[in-house]
Design a protein around this ligand. Structure first.
Ligand code: ADP
Length: 266
């Protein structure tokens, strides 16, 4: 017996929610940058945040692994839950949190160390390897999954900063993967890359979503359309709409979204 239409179109159940945010506000020195954002992010989906520059996409992304903690004057209110657990609770180990919810930045930022050390560092500090050969396996596996292994396997001890920009960004993805995250946040991961390097990262994002939840900020609507399952449109600190990517780009629910995607705003 085949699946019923209802089953095919079933909404993800609450058990597949990976991150839930509830009424999140973010302030910089008491100036609001994010206002009352509530949304659910599901396992294994790719969600793109789009909207005009300064609308709060990066700020909101950073609330998902407490990266805003590192910005002086930044205050977060409301709730952010990873597998139902409040990540802003005092008991939370932030280093562990950021391993579970990894981040890839706009500009590739490898450590000024070898390619091997860039990937091995996280598993070492988190005690994920039982010895050298185990660590070697984690490094190889992470580089393989980041689509970089073949290009670097003969020069693992070379400095990471000698790689091309696209390779450095794949190395940063390998570094994030190496600590077995559950969610990967990407803040405009291709904005410093050429079109070929961008295409490789986009393919990689698609593959990685089989295992991780991926949340990316992009200024490119084309990229959001190519890569994401759902799109969230932000406007002046508010979440205006989150819907399936096709819907957002063909039949958005909100006029503000429509104005943005048709180029009348932003
Ligand atoms: P987007 O990612 O959509 O371009 P941001 O999250 O970077 O938007 O910025 C949202 C608002 O917060 C903007 O008004 C911006 O000026 C402000 N902002 C962002 N980062 C900081 C910061 N470190 N200090 C003070 N204000 C900031």
């Amino acid at each position: 017996m085949g699946l019923s239409i209802d089953a095919l179109h079933a909404q993800p159940t609450t058990s597949t929610i990976k991150i839930r945010t509830k009424d999140v506000d973010v302030f910089y020195d008491n100036r609001p940058a994010i206002k009352g954002v509530s949304l659910d992010l599901y396992k294994n989906e790719i969600v793109a945040f789009i909207g005009p520059s300064g609308c709060g996409k990066s700020t909101f992304l950073r609330t998902l692994n407490r990266m805003n903690d590192t910005i002086p004057g930044c205050r977060v209110e409301g709730g952010v839950y990873l597998d139902g657990e409040d990540i802003y609770d005092d008991k939370i180990d932030v280093v562990m949190l950021r391993a579970r919810v990894g981040m890839v930045f706009q500009k590739p930022n490898p450590f000024p160390k070898s390619i091997y050390e860039n990937v091995a560092y996280g598993p070492k500090i988190h005690g994920l390897a039982r010895g050298r050969s185990d660590l070697n396996d984690i490094v190889e596996e992470s580089l393989l999954r980041a689509g970089l292994w073949d290009e670097v396997k003969d020069r693992l001890n070379a400095r990471a900063t000698g790689l091309s920009g696209g390779q450095q960004q794949r190395l940063c993805i390998a570094r994030a993967i190496a600590v077995s995250p559950e969610v990967i946040l990407m803040d405009e991961p291709c904005s410093a890359l050429d079109p070929i390097a961008t295409a490789r990262i986009e393919e990689l994002i698609d593959e990685l979503s089989r295992q991780f939840t991926i949340v990316m900020v992009t200024h490119s609507m084309q990229q959001a359309a190519r890569v994401s399952d759902r799109v969230a449109y932000f406007h002046m600190g508010e979440l205006i709409e989150i819907n399936a990517t096709d819907k957002v780009f063909t039949q958005p629910d909100n006029q503000l979204t429509e104005a943005y995607i048709t180029g009348r705003f932003g």
